[in-house]
Design a protein around this ligand. Structure first.
Ligand SMILES: [Zn+2]
Length: 79
């Protein structure tokens, strides 16, 4: 199958192992980094709460990261 698409923006992906396009993959890494920083600050913070707080920041959050936060919050897949 060659028509693998980013789960968020439907851009084509070349690597079948990837879920996201390169832009959203980068956003995912940023999100992960951010979560780790917040974890240190808050001691414990459920991932969903982190995503929600991120979305509450509105325009302070980059569009790509926001896309991803929304995706992870509302379209959680079985892990
Ligand atoms: Zn994408």
């Amino acid at each position: 199958m060659n028509d693998i698409k980013c789960k968020i923006c439907q851009d084509e992906i070349d690597k079948s192992s990837d879920k996201f396009c390169s832009n959203h993959k980068l956003a995912k890494a940023k999100l992960q980094n951010g979560y780790e920083l917040w974890l240190k600050a808050y001691d414990s913070l459920p991932y969903d709460d982190f995503l929600q707080q991120l979305l509450d920041l509105g325009d302070l959050v980059g569009a790509l990261v926001k896309d991803l936060a929304e995706f992870e919050l509302y379209f959680i897949e079985t892990k």
